[in-house]
Design a protein around this ligand. Structure first.
Ligand SMILES: *[C@@H]1O[C@H](CO)[C@@H](O)[C@H](O)[C@H]1NC(C)=O
Ligand SMILES: *[C@@H]1O[C@H](CO)[C@@H](O)[C@H](O)[C@H]1NC(C)=O
Length: 373
């Protein structure tokens, strides 16, 4: 299980890397042109052309029909809903790189129950196909629904209110046994983000005290890669609203966040953050954001975080890890490009087996965006 999750994560990062590199490539092409703004931005034209090319490509694409099916269906090609949708509305240009998955996702019977294919959607999104095209089918739902509000965001989660059939674990106890740190054991979650065990920890009460001292009010935050939403849960107890981005990698993370009365955003790391400029008081980057992300992508991610933070807002890097030399030569200069005030900057050796083997360190940083530039 742990191995599968690790592999999933590795795959995710590889895909993110590919997508971001192509994005970066696109942007650096733009930068190398003269700085005169054209009336219609080139990249927009490029996107439109890509989408048009996708439609053309998909129109020509033949599904791999088994020989026995040939007699029955002689003219079946692309799901008609996909063709219709791509004419009506944009889908991500990288969808075109995965025509087979996209074909599989859009092969469904309209106006009936959707296939049990949430893992296909997940795979597409991780490959940069986001937004996905919409479909006209009814999503699958569990038959048991909770009848009362959770008392706290750490209350026992009703197991029957989730769809389990597409995961190798079919219960919370199975998930917790495979790895107690996945975020599904509420007894463990209850005390997370509260303890100070080393300098790498920034307990929430201490964080709130710091912000209070600098007369900086924290109302709204985004937790990137927040798993089951425990950071949001702890902050809710302080009346702070936190939105959590999470993916359903091998476990029902999104539904778990929702059942805790919190907001799950199904958004991959490479996605532009779905909020307007300057509206957030805090962005926290947890374990999902670390050295696996290519440097160019990290740069775009950090600048997007800067975009959504208000003046005086905070960026919190929690246990970011990399090789020590990379932190000094690559990531530290990258982070400092933002010109934020270093409220906290703690670096310490990563003492687990792979950390020791690779000479890795953890960084926990709390950085404050300047009031004016
Ligand atoms: C998901 O679950 C359904 C129903 O149990 C099953 O038919 C389908 O093959 C599963 N899909 C995957 C990818 O596990
Ligand atoms: C949160 O809000 C409730 C209701 O307004 C209030 O009773 C409670 O004291 C607040 N908690 C904190 C930690 O501010």
């Amino acid at each position: 299980m742990g191995f599968t999750m690790g592999l999933n994560l590795l795959l995710l990062v590889a895909m993110v890397a590919t997508n971001i590199l192509s994005l970066y490539h696109l942007s650096s092409n733009i930068q190398s042109k003269p700085p005169v703004a054209p009336p219609v931005p080139d990249h927009l034209l490029h996107q439109l052309q890509t989408i048009r090319a996708t439609i053309n490509h998909l129109t020509r694409l033949q599904p791999p029909a088994p020989p026995s099916a040939k007699a029955k269906k002689s003219t079946v090609t692309i799901p008609s809903d996909l063709l219709l949708y791509t004419h009506l509305s944009p889908i991500a240009s990288s969808c075109k790189d995965n025509p087979d998955l996209l074909h599989q996702y859009m092969s469904y019977t309209p106006f009936s129950l959707c296939p049990s294919d949430s893992s296909v959607a997940e795979s597409l999104i991780l490959r940069g196909c986001h937004p996905l095209p919409r479909r006209r089918c009814f999503s699958r739902t569990p038959s048991s629904i909770p009848t009362s509000l959770p008392k706290t965001p750490f209350s026992t989660i009703p197991e029957k209110a989730l769809l389990w059939n597409n995961y190798s674990c079919k219960s919370f106890s199975c998930l917790s046994q495979s790895n107690p740190n996945l975020g599904f054991d509420m007894k463990v979650e209850q005390s997370r983000f509260l303890d100070f065990k080393s300098d790498l920890d920034l307990p929430i009460p201490q964080f709130l005290q710091l912000t209070k001292t600098s007369k900086s009010v924290i109302r709204l935050a985004l937790d990137i890669g927040g798993g089951t939403g425990t950071f949001a849960a702890q902050m809710k107890l302080h009346n702070v609203t936190v939105v959590t981005t999470t993916m359903n990698l091998g476990a029902p993370y999104s539904e778990t966040v929702a059942l805790r009365g919190l907001v799950p955003l199904h958004v991959p790391l490479q996605q532009r953050l779905p909020v307007f400029d300057g509206v957030l008081d805090l962005v926290r980057c947890g374990h999902a954001v670390n050295r696996w992300i290519p440097v160019t992508m990290m740069e775009f991610l950090l600048f997007d975080v800067d975009r959504v933070l208000r003046a005086g807002g905070y960026l919190w890097l929690d246990h970011f890890f990399s090789k020590r030399a990379d932190l000094e030569k690559v990531f530290q200069p990258l982070i400092w490009k933002l010109n934020y005030k270093k409220v906290k900057w703690a670096v310490a050796n990563k003492n687990d087996a792979s950390g020791v083997k690779n000479g890795e360190v953890y960084l926990t940083a709390l950085l404050q965006k300047p009031i004016s530039r």
